[in-house]
Design a binder for this molecule. Structure first.
Ligand code: F6R
Length: 606
């Protein structure tokens, strides 16, 4: 989704801005732009499409200046086009914006009545004109405060001024924003990834705050304009994770990294010698928690749904799972003995953050499971459980999904053991199996030769279905989500027992259907559901685990076997062929695998 970068320095900034915009490409966007100041003028260049296009444009029209802002835009108000790309500028100011200004129509009417002329269809342009208007009668700080007071909605802003050769304003409400510190230069960025190649010293703005960045000084203010102090954090350096290496796509790299990311995560939480789970500084006593609500979006939601099956199986806790965009507007019954757990790879998803914020405002117990530990969701939760995956760049989540499930599973085991619902022998046995998981994931990844051929059929089909029961049902949802987001074909995930209640009508001759049928307690049920779709002409791809009993393969189109392990852990292994199915379907169609159309890595608007 949209990304912001700002630099004020004692040397030219345009190429550093372009490099940082490239770091933000993983977020998904449709246009890009840059504005710098030189000789008292604002120079603005914008392009539709990739940052490469913008870079080519810059070769023709060199733009100079030691201060500038850049942006990648994911369209909300107004089509993706050069005119709607950011920055938006008047003669006086230039603005980049992430988020949505909800009252832009009203503000625009007012500004037009004051003689302002609008060039774009964006909501952002009202910010440009508001500042321009207020600067006529107020100093800079007052104008900014007045402008911020008028905006409704969510935003992160970067602003430069024609008459200020060393000053960038950053402001935040709802969308994340970071400040970076360098030698004789300072930076503004919508996340720390954008700044990491320039500095590892970062501060984050909280909601309502704004900052004034100069090359040798940064000042922070609260929403009333009162000066505040900020901590400077040091980030760890993991630059190598931003490189594809020998892989054609980040997604391929991230799928293959999974044995390692799981191993790292297991190492963080498992006490190898005592076969115990280490979760340090958990802030609540076991008696204080009687129920849980697991909240996320998309893939993160699917990981929550998987965890519900584990919680139900191994604990007496009442567990609800909710989509963040529903939870945040539902009339919730907040309960003191409920723990609200927010799952998010990026830790910046707007709906998930809003759901967390709502719980915090109601003084609930909040915990988060995130990949980016510096993120807003991590910072604002009472307790954080990181998934230790390293940066995930491919828009379609792969290693983070396994990481989210893994941390949720570890939490289930620990809580269940502490609550004396899981006996010690069983607990130790499950931990021992968990330690085998990285190897099993590796073997499963290596043995998926058939999948590329099978994927061609899915890529060409009009639509497909993914069926599962029990723990495999959320994995079916995840498989369908991955296929639709990457290959742009219709795919539906269903609990197999629901087929007769409607979806069976969709089955027609030759329709590819994935049936997830591991050898668990649902095996005989789901194989019956499978025969029902086969009888109606479906081409079934059966995915199961290796077992001493052969599969009765009557009329099954193709069978893929994953490694065998205890049934709790099968969701991890069943996911792998589905990730590859989606990857190869998109490859066959020649689509942009790491940046699927219309999607963004970090969904910072609701
Ligand atoms: C799908 C996918 C998305 C994200 C969702 C939540 O492959 O990646 O569905 O899972 O946008 O993102 P996070 O986990 O960053 O909150």
């Amino acid at each position: 989704m949209c990304g912001i970068i700002g630099i004020t320095s004692n040397k030219p900034v345009s190429s550093a801005i372009i490099n940082s915009l490239k770091k933000l490409e993983y977020r998904g966007y449709d246009s890009a732009g840059i504005a710098t100041l030189s000789n008292g003028f604002i120079n603005e260049i914008k392009s539709e499409g990739r940052v490469d296009n913008l870079e080519k444009n810059l070769i023709n029209k060199k733009i100079e200046g030691n201060i500038g802002i850049g942006h990648v835009r994911w369209a909300t108000h107004g089509i993706p086009s050069t005119i709607n790309a950011h920055p938006h500028s008047s003669e006086t100011v230039s603005v980049v914006h992430n988020g949505i200004i909800e009252n832009s129509t009203k503000l625009k009417e007012y500004l037009i009545s004051r003689g302002h002329i609008f060039k774009s269809q964006t909501d952002t342009e009202v910010i440009v004109h508001l500042i321009t208007e207020y600067l006529k009668e107020n100093d800079l700080k007052k104008s900014i405060l007045k402008m911020l007071g008028k905006l409704q909605g969510s935003f992160a802003l970067g602003i430069i001024f024609k008459d200020q050769p060393d000053l960038i304003i950053g402001a935040r409400r709802g969308s994340p924003l970071a400040v970076g510190y360098g030698p004789n230069e300072n930076y503004l960025g919508s996340d720390s990834y954008a700044l990491k190649s320039m500095t590892n010293k970062i501060s984050y703005l909280n909601d309502g705050e704004f900052c004034i960045i100069k090359k040798n000084q940064v000042e922070f203010f609260d929403e009333k304009g009162k000066k505040i102090n900020k901590k400077v954090l040091e980030l760890s350096s993991d630059e190598k994770n931003y490189d594809k290496g020998d892989y054609k796509h980040f997604m391929a790299k991230e799928i293959e990294e999974q044995p390692l990311t799981i191993k790292n995560c297991v190492k963080e939480y498992i006490d190898n010698i005592n076969n115990d789970i280490n979760i340090y500084n958990f802030p609540w006593k076991k008696e204080e928690i009687n129920s849980l609500t697991l909240i996320g979006c998309g893939t993160a939601y699917n990981s929550c749904l998987t965890a519900k099956y584990w919680f139900d199986e191994m604990t007496n806790l009442d567990v609800n799972v909710d989509v963040a965009s529903e939870f945040r507007y539902r009339k919730n019954k907040f309960k003191k003995d409920n723990l609200y757990i927010f799952v998010s790879q990026s830790g910046e998803t707007a709906d998930t953050y809003a759901a967390l914020d709502l719980c915090n405002k109601n003084k609930m117990k909040t915990a988060s499971i995130v990949n980016v530990i510096e993120s807003s969701i991590a910072r604002d939760s009472n307790f954080v459980l990181p998934i230790h995956c390293g940066p995930e760049i491919g828009v379609a989540s792969t290693k983070a999904f396994l990481g989210q499930m893994l941390v949720l599973y570890i939490l289930v085991l620990k809580l269940s053991f502490l609550r004396e619902e899981l006996k010690k022998d069983n607990y130790i046995q499950k931990i021992k199996s968990l330690k085998q998981l990285p190897d099993l994931v590796e073997k499963t990844i290596m043995s998926q030769n058939k999948i590329q051929l099978v994927a061609n059929t899915f890529a060409e089909a009009k639509g497909s279905m993914f069926l599962g029961r029990g723990l495999s049902y959320p994995i079916a949802l995840e498989g369908a989500l991955k296929l639709k987001e990457l290959s742009y074909t219709h795919a539906e995930g269903y609990p197999a027992g629901e087929m007769k209640h409607g979806p069976l009508a969709l089955i027609e001759n030759g329709m590819p259907v994935v049936v997830l049928a591991p050898r668990d307690s649902y095996y005989s049920k789901i194989t019956s559901n499978m025969q029902e779709v086969i009888a109606r002409g479906a081409k079934v791809l059966l995915i199961t685990n290796k077992n001493k009993d052969d599969v009765v393969s009557e009329n099954i189109w193709e069978t893929i076997e994953v490694e065998d392990t205890n049934v709790d852990l099968l969701p991890f292994l069943l996911t792998i062929p589905l990730q590859k199915l989606a990857y190869y379907s998109a490859l066959k169609k020649g689509y942009d695998i790491d940046k699927p159309r219309n999607l963004a890595k970090s969904v910072t608007v609701e």
